[in-house]
Design a protein around this ligand. Structure first.
Ligand code: SF4
Ligand code: SF4
Length: 380
């Protein structure tokens, strides 16, 4: 298992994680099996957003005695009322539900205290300026939560969070389909039937979000990496082709600032399928060729950082140069950190000999040589 640093939290998280949502429909014994398989595979991060009491208790039992092996992402604002989940900002309920989480998980701390599910910018402002954030700070100052995070599906909210200063990481929905959609405050639109008509390349606000997170060192953990499974079937996918779990994971893990993809597992087989990413060949990970050959796609000319264009005879990490170029281009002035990163590369755009091999291999028709020329001008 590969581990990545989750932005400024400094935590080293497994790049494949456990999104525990599906465990809600399983018995204690089944949950124990899945968690054991995760641990054996090197998975060390789990997200528990669920408020349902039994699943919380069962997870607590399953990790008893080895809780410290886990980085737990626990949510503030996810409550259980009258037998059902309710997202709330009612502070009495928020506090009660968070205490319940600690008790049921049988722990005195949560590694990543997540401000739960904020998809509206107005609500984001209310939260960070109000009593909700005061409570979050209090928990952090007492060491009950070690780091502050926020979960959202809306790139506009995620950008605000990344720039807020105290929020150290974001739980964000990333997959090739969602990445093409503009920001919305209504997440149900991501699953609307009509959105195939709207495909138009990576939505600029999403590309910008990834660059902001990388610049601000705000780590991203990923949810909905499989778009709820719809990317696995040519009929359901907006691209008209099926991707594999490994290809979806590779897409998410090649976005800037991403540390871990939190995957839902019903069975130990599901764990194995996701962990297969760790030993998959480059061909198996290759989402790029599949998407580029899809009946409906609109990534043309846009670097998706897939790395398909390698090897470069000059040793240039072409995807990385593109990432840094895209990041630098957004700024009025070139930040020293990006410059340092660029000049820290063992080879950069300066070393391009314009052989054109990468352009032949790039499935998206990216004009790499031209971009290398532009990067040279920008960085020198
Ligand atoms: S230039 Fe093309 S092949 Fe290379 S990383 Fe970008 S999209 Fe992928
Ligand atoms: S054109 Fe430049 S970046 Fe592309 S493979 Fe050749 S040397 Fe490398």
């Amino acid at each position: 298992m590969q581990y990545r640093t989750l932005g400024k939290t400094g935590l080293r998280v497994s790049e494949i994680g456990l999104g525990a949502e599906w465990l809600e429909r399983h018995t204690l014994e089944e949950i124990k099996e899945v968690i054991k398989r995760c641990e054996e595979s090197g998975i060390n991060i789990l997200d528990c957003w669920m408020a349902e009491p039994n699943v919380r208790s069962n997870i607590g039992t399953a990790i008893k005695g080895h809780r410290d092996n886990w980085i737990i992402q626990g949510h503030l604002g996810s409550t259980w009322q009258d037998g059902q989940y309710l997202r709330t900002r009612d502070m009495a309920k928020v506090k009660e539900a968070f205490q319940d989480l600690l008790i049921r998980l049988d722990t005195s701390y949560i590694d990543l205290g997540m401000i739960h599910f904020v998809d509206e910018t107005a609500e984001f402002h209310q939260i960070v300026l109000g009593e909700f954030m005061e409570y979050v700070r209090e928990l952090r100052d007492q060491g009950v939560i070690h780091h502050i995070g926020l979960s959202t599906h809306n790139p506009d909210v995620a950008k605000l969070a990344a720039l807020q200063g105290e929020i150290e990481m974001i739980l964000f929905s990333i997959n090739p389909a969602f990445d093409m959609l503009p920001a919305t405050e209504d997440m149900t639109q991501y699953f609307s039937e009509s959105y195939a008509d709207e495909l138009g390349g990576i939505a600029p606000e999403r590309a910008e979000l990834y660059q902001i997170c990388e610049r601000e060192n705000v780590g991203i953990n990923v949810m909905k990496g499989y778009a709820g499974g719809r990317l696995f079937s040519a009929e359901a996918s907006p691209f008209g082709v099926a991707l594999t779990p490994v290809q979806c994971l590779h897409y998410a893990l090649t976005r800037p600032a991403v540390a871990s993809v939190l995957v839902g597992y019903d069975t130990t087989d599901h764990v194995d399928q996701a962990v297969a990413y760790e030993t998959a060949s480059e061909e198996e990970k290759d989402y790029a060729t599949v998407l580029a050959g899809a009946p409906s796609h609109a990534y043309s000319g846009q670097c998706t950082y897939c790395g398909h264009c390698l090897p470069c005879p000059s040793g240039i990490d072409i995807a990385m140069v593109h990432k840094l170029y895209d990041l630098a281009e957004m700024q009025k002035e070139l930040p020293d950190t990006i410059k340092a990163h660029y000049f820290g590369l063992s080879a950069n755009a300066e070393d391009c000999i314009a052989c054109g091999g990468c352009e032949e291999r790039c499935p998206f028709g990216v004009p790499v040589i031209k971009h290398m020329e532009e990067a040279k001008l920008l960085f020198h």
